[in-house]
Design a protein around this ligand. Structure first.
Ligand SMILES: [Zn+2]
Length: 140
Protein backbone atom coordinates (compact mmCIF):
# COMPACT_ATOMS: atom_id res chain seq x y z
CA UNK A 1 0.00 0.00 0.00
CA UNK A 2 1.58 3.22 -1.19
CA UNK A 3 0.48 6.45 0.48
CA UNK A 4 1.61 10.04 0.00
CA UNK A 5 3.43 11.49 2.98
CA UNK A 6 0.97 14.38 3.39
CA UNK A 7 -1.99 11.97 3.67
CA UNK A 8 -0.06 9.78 6.09
CA UNK A 9 0.73 12.77 8.34
CA UNK A 10 -2.86 14.01 8.07
CA UNK A 11 -4.09 10.65 9.42
CA UNK A 12 -1.58 10.69 12.26
CA UNK A 13 -2.51 14.25 13.17
CA UNK A 14 -6.30 14.37 12.85
CA UNK A 15 -7.47 10.96 14.01
CA UNK A 16 -9.09 11.42 17.45
CA UNK A 17 -7.60 9.61 20.44
CA UNK A 18 -10.94 8.75 21.98
CA UNK A 19 -13.78 6.40 21.02
CA UNK A 20 -15.91 5.91 19.01
CA UNK A 21 -13.93 4.33 16.21
CA UNK A 22 -13.90 6.37 13.03
CA UNK A 23 -12.46 6.00 9.58
CA UNK A 24 -12.03 7.49 6.18
CA UNK A 25 -12.01 6.85 2.48
CA UNK A 26 -8.86 6.77 0.39
CA UNK A 27 -8.65 8.13 -3.13
CA UNK A 28 -5.76 8.43 -5.51
CA UNK A 29 -4.20 7.84 -8.87
CA UNK A 30 -2.35 4.85 -10.32
CA UNK A 31 -2.93 2.94 -7.09
CA UNK A 32 -1.19 5.57 -4.93
CA UNK A 33 -3.22 7.09 -2.07
CA UNK A 34 -3.24 10.87 -2.49
CA UNK A 35 -6.45 11.88 -0.64
CA UNK A 36 -8.45 11.00 2.44
CA UNK A 37 -12.07 11.86 3.27
CA UNK A 38 -12.73 11.33 6.97
CA UNK A 39 -15.93 9.52 7.92
CA UNK A 40 -17.61 9.10 11.31
CA UNK A 41 -19.30 5.93 10.08
CA UNK A 42 -22.77 4.81 10.97
CA UNK A 43 -22.43 4.39 14.70
CA UNK A 44 -24.14 1.28 15.98
CA UNK A 45 -21.81 0.92 18.91
CA UNK A 46 -18.87 2.70 20.48
CA UNK A 47 -16.35 0.09 19.48
CA UNK A 48 -16.98 -0.78 15.87
CA UNK A 49 -16.69 1.38 12.79
CA UNK A 50 -19.01 0.68 9.85
CA UNK A 51 -18.64 2.94 6.83
CA UNK A 52 -21.50 5.24 5.86
CA UNK A 53 -22.28 3.71 2.45
CA UNK A 54 -24.31 6.67 1.14
CA UNK A 55 -21.53 9.08 1.98
CA UNK A 56 -19.00 6.63 0.55
CA UNK A 57 -20.81 6.47 -2.79
CA UNK A 58 -21.09 10.27 -2.98
CA UNK A 59 -17.35 10.69 -2.34
CA UNK A 60 -16.42 7.98 -4.86
CA UNK A 61 -18.59 9.64 -7.50
CA UNK A 62 -16.99 13.05 -6.83
CA UNK A 63 -13.51 11.52 -7.12
CA UNK A 64 -14.41 9.71 -10.36
CA UNK A 65 -15.41 13.03 -11.91
CA UNK A 66 -11.95 14.34 -11.03
CA UNK A 67 -10.29 11.28 -12.58
CA UNK A 68 -9.45 9.80 -9.19
CA UNK A 69 -9.83 6.17 -8.14
CA UNK A 70 -11.39 4.89 -4.92
CA UNK A 71 -8.60 2.88 -3.24
CA UNK A 72 -9.95 1.80 0.13
CA UNK A 73 -11.01 2.61 3.67
CA UNK A 74 -9.07 2.99 6.90
CA UNK A 75 -10.50 2.87 10.40
CA UNK A 76 -9.22 3.24 13.93
CA UNK A 77 -8.72 0.57 16.57
CA UNK A 78 -8.18 1.26 20.25
CA UNK A 79 -6.12 -0.56 22.87
CA UNK A 80 -3.42 -1.51 20.39
CA UNK A 81 -5.55 -4.00 18.45
CA UNK A 82 -3.62 -4.57 15.21
CA UNK A 83 -5.80 -7.16 13.51
CA UNK A 84 -9.13 -6.92 11.67
CA UNK A 85 -12.19 -8.09 13.59
CA UNK A 86 -14.69 -10.58 12.17
CA UNK A 87 -17.14 -7.67 11.73
CA UNK A 88 -14.45 -5.75 9.79
CA UNK A 89 -13.85 -8.73 7.48
CA UNK A 90 -17.58 -9.03 6.89
CA UNK A 91 -18.08 -5.45 5.70
CA UNK A 92 -14.80 -5.55 3.73
CA UNK A 93 -16.14 -8.52 1.75
CA UNK A 94 -19.50 -6.81 1.24
CA UNK A 95 -17.89 -3.60 0.00
CA UNK A 96 -15.48 -5.30 -2.39
CA UNK A 97 -18.20 -7.57 -3.79
CA UNK A 98 -20.44 -4.52 -4.35
CA UNK A 99 -17.78 -2.72 -6.40
CA UNK A 100 -17.78 -2.59 -10.21
CA UNK A 101 -15.89 -5.46 -11.98
CA UNK A 102 -12.78 -3.38 -12.70
CA UNK A 103 -12.07 -2.85 -8.99
CA UNK A 104 -10.25 -6.04 -8.04
CA UNK A 105 -8.59 -4.89 -4.83
CA UNK A 106 -9.00 -2.29 -2.09
CA UNK A 107 -6.93 -1.32 0.95
CA UNK A 108 -8.37 -1.58 4.46
CA UNK A 109 -5.66 -0.44 6.87
CA UNK A 110 -6.12 0.03 10.60
CA UNK A 111 -4.84 3.08 12.48
CA UNK A 112 -3.88 1.59 15.85
CA UNK A 113 -4.25 3.83 18.91
CA UNK A 114 -2.62 5.01 21.06
CA UNK A 115 0.52 4.14 19.03
CA UNK A 116 -0.81 5.74 15.80
CA UNK A 117 0.66 2.94 13.72
CA UNK A 118 -0.93 2.38 10.33
CA UNK A 119 -1.23 -1.36 9.63
CA UNK A 120 -2.05 -2.01 5.98
CA UNK A 121 -4.34 -4.79 4.81
CA UNK A 122 -5.40 -5.45 1.24
CA UNK A 123 -8.59 -7.20 0.12
CA UNK A 124 -8.36 -8.98 -3.23
CA UNK A 125 -11.44 -10.13 -5.11
CA UNK A 126 -11.51 -13.86 -5.92
CA UNK A 127 -15.18 -14.04 -6.71
CA UNK A 128 -17.22 -15.04 -4.81
CA UNK A 129 -14.53 -15.02 -2.13
CA UNK A 130 -12.33 -12.19 -0.94
CA UNK A 131 -8.73 -12.74 0.16
CA UNK A 132 -7.59 -10.40 2.95
CA UNK A 133 -3.89 -10.14 3.74
CA UNK A 134 -1.33 -7.89 5.36
CA UNK A 135 0.63 -5.54 3.13
CA UNK A 136 3.81 -3.54 3.17
CA UNK A 137 3.48 0.20 3.90
CA UNK A 138 5.27 2.50 1.47
CA UNK A 139 5.24 6.23 2.24
CA UNK A 140 5.99 8.46 -0.74
ZN1 LIG B 1 -12.06 -2.79 13.15
Amino acid sequence: MTICQNVYFKLKKYVPDDPPEMGGLFGGRNGVITSVAFDQGVSRSMCSYTPDVNRMNAVIEKWNLKGMEFLGIFHTHFLGVRTLSEADKKYIKQILNAMPEYIVQLYFPIMVLPERDLIPYVAISQKPDVLIQKEELIIL
